[in-house]
Ligand binder design. Structure first.
Ligand SMILES: Nc1ncnc2c1ncn2[C@@H]1O[C@H](COP(=O)(O)OP(=O)(O)OP(=O)(O)O)[C@@H](O)[C@H]1O
Ligand SMILES: [Mg+2]
Length: 231
């Protein structure tokens, strides 16, 4: 679904991503792993068009999106849940969800009902301010907001960060449901190893901006974990 080739990215003079080759196959969950500061979020922001690239291509469903503005990428069907959720604290839950609607290409301007089936708590809290929700509820809101465009590819950057264990488990179930029942493709950034193993089909490991390993999740060896993931 998404194929990234020879991607390089710089923050000023600082070369952050090096010659990346990443494949995200359709109908699966691909998990980008790696220690703090290796470039996971930078890669997601490059895919969303929020950072300029220094060369490289990104084939999404047969077209190169590397030079398209961020809004166009959303319109083509890429949903994004940023690290730290970034919901609008003073807007209501309903307003937070509606923010994404203009990127729909079918002109529909109401929140799809299946989002409330996935996250019933959002329906109960439509008039509450985003900032008054718990961390777990805000994460559900952030995922719901990314889903209002009915994306084909959903990018989730550390969705379990700072969230209590029962909600973490629920988010894992939701991700599997999006893939297995609704046919989405998911690109997940995750540092919690048990969660990544339970939810993802494939792994990609970054180390200091370079791709160092990739493969089906059952092939994630103890050596790789020790070398690149444990602190
Ligand atoms: N806006 C920026 N300007 C300059 N350098 C940056 C900027 N954002 C990130 N960096 C640097 O780029 C590198 C990669 O950061 P990035 O946030 O992509 O890492 P990450 O893998 O997502 O880390 P974490 O697991 O902590 O979220 C780090 O060295 C970071 O300090
Ligand atoms: Mg990050």
């Amino acid at each position: 679904m998404l194929a990234i080739s020879n991607l390089n990215q710089y923050y000023g003079e600082s070369h952050t991503l090096w010659d990346l080759e990443v494949e995200v196959p359709a109908g699966e969950c691909t998990c980008v792993m790696g220690r703090n500061g290796v470039g996971k979020t930078t890669l997601m922001q490059c895919i969303m068009g929020l950072l300029p690239l220094r060369g490289g291509s990104m084939d999404f469903l047969g077209r190169d999106i590397a030079k398209l503005p961020a809004e166009r990428r959303a319109e083509l069907g890429i949903g994004y849940v940023p690290q730290g959720r970034q919901i609008f604290p003073l807007l209501t839950v309903q307003e937070n969800l509606e923010i994404g609607l203009p990127a729909r290409t079918d002109g529909r301007r109401e929140i799809p009902a299946y989002i409330f089936d996935l996250f019933p708590v959002l329906k109960d809290m439509l008039r509450r301010r985003g900032g008054d929700l718990s961390g777990g509820q805000q994460q559900q809101l952030a995922i719901g907001r990314a889903l209002v465009i009915d994306p084909k590819l959903l990018i989730l950057d550390e969705p379990t960060e700072g969230i209590q264990p029962n909600i973490v488990h629920e988010i894992g179930d939701i991700i599997r449901k999006l893939i297995d029942d609704l046919g989405l493709t998911v690109l997940l950034v995750e540092q919690k190893l048990p969660f990544a193993k339970r939810v993802a089909d494939r792994f990609v490991i970054l180390d200091r901006g370079r791709l160092v390993a990739a493969g089906p999740m059952p092939e994630l060896s103890d050596e790789l974990v020790k070398q690149y993931l444990t602190v």
